[in-house]
Design a protein around this ligand. Structure first.
Ligand code: GMT
Length: 372
């Protein structure tokens, strides 16, 4: 098939999933056209059957802001016609599903629009009443809609009061890339042999609850020698640095900033902390589990669909840092328990979220909407 993919190319779960999907589809022989503002960060080296169509965001003196969304829709339609696309896959309702809808109206061929909801587009942007109706339009005008968890389907139904069928296709992982042991070198450069390593990876937005991450670490460190790796950047970054200073934890916390290649960093850790207030899926939890790293997470959104409480990690109510710290210590102070969790996490990632299975689900969906 010939598939167009539009996504946010910057660091973030939705861009990572869209890019990995495109690469996996291309490896299966499909022709994949990324229609984007920049080359997606996870694309890496040249991949056969993958084409990039970058948007030229020309500004005109008369316009206060470039007509970015219309230009993207026009580019989608142009690529659809020139390369005879069967499907445009929009990753994120706004603007991509809406642009896809406009592109389908403009294109000369019968191209179908598939939208994947990733979370923030629904749970955060829909709170803005001025955007809610346009997001709903993008969802309802798509030929097919998927969401990355059942929880997100439920939330979408409630927020938009829509009966549009939404299918759950979970995010996926390439377990040959995210695997135990790949982090050994990184670990020895970042932590002392006797230190246990706690890790948090996010875009440092308020919903990630970075102060909880630091508090859990402070409580754990009171009992075991440990180091905290913080990967990512965002609005809460400077507040986090200040909190670490106030608690006197500076020698034990590494702020690593934005990182493209996270597999080796994740595999270098002992435990992943994900205490988010909102999370449609929690891709980093899956990446950690694939590396055999148990997850300490919150009962929020789709996290309980990814992490099996008491088997591949421990889950707590949002904000319950006491239980999260206690559970982390339980894992770190009991080697047998830790190994059981580590092995179960890897097995669960392989059996439930393998890239081959999920890409197969997307292929079946594309075929269905195209009637082939
Ligand atoms: O977590 C973020 O803030 C980034 C966001 C995005 O748009 O890339 O991630 C969302 O999509 C990911 C991929 O499907 C999910 O794993 C994340 O859980 C989801 N984030 C939220 O729902 C907050």
């Amino acid at each position: 098939m010939r598939i167009g993919i539009s996504c946010y190319p910057t660091i973030g779960g939705s861009g990572a999933v869209a890019t990995e999907l495109g690469k996996a589809l291309a490896k299966r022989g499909h022709e994949v056209h990324f229609i984007v503002t920049d080359v997606p960060f996870r694309l890496g080296a040249f991949v056969e059957h993958v084409y990039i169509h970058e948007l030229d965001t020309t500004t005109y003196p008369v316009l206060r802001t470039p007509p970015y969304d219309f230009s993207l829709a026009a580019l989608m339609a142009k690529v659809a016609d020139e390369y005879q696309l069967d499907v445009i896959h929009a990753h994120y309702a706004l603007p991509f599903a809406v642009c896809g809808f406009l592109a389908r109206e403009m294109a000369k061929r019968d191209v179908k629009v598939v939208t994947t909801l990733h979370g923030t587009d629904v749970t955060v942007l829909a709170q803005d009443t001025s955007l809610k109706e346009v997001i709903k339009l993008g969802i309802e005008k798509s030929d097919a809609v998927t969401a990355v968890s059942r929880s997100l389907i439920q939330q979408t139904r409630e927020l938009f009061e829509t009966d549009k069928p939404i299918e759950c296709i979970y995010n996926f992982i390439d377990t040959s890339v995210f695997r135990p042991q790949v982090g050994e070198k990184v670990r020895s450069s970042l932590a002392k042999p006797q230190e246990r390593v706690l890790l948090h990876v996010s875009n440092f937005r308020q919903i990630k609850r970075i102060p909880d991450v630091i508090e859990i670490f402070a409580r754990v460190r009171a009992h075991v020698q440990a180091r905290l790796l913080l990967v990512g950047e965002g609005p809460e970054y400077s507040g986090a640095r200040q909190r670490v200073r106030e608690l006197g934890l500076e020698p034990y916390v590494e702020f690593l900033g934005k990182q493209d290649e996270v597999a080796t960093l994740i595999a270098a850790a002992d435990v992943l902390l994900l205490p988010s207030a909102k999370e449609s899926f929690g891709l980093v939890a899956l990446e950690a589990m694939a590396c055999g790293i148990p997850v300490i997470g919150s009962i929020a959104g789709g996290i309980p669909e990814v992490v099996v409480d008491g088997v591949t990690g421990f889950l707590s109510d949002v904000g319950d840092v006491t239980k999260m710290a206690t559970d982390t210590l339980r894992l770190l102070q009991d080697d047998r328990l830790y190994n059981d969790f580590s092995q179960a996490a890897r097995r669960h990632a392989e059996s439930q979220f393998h890239v081959h299975d999920k890409v197969g689900e997307y292929e079946a969906l594309y075929r269905r909407v195209c009637g082939i």
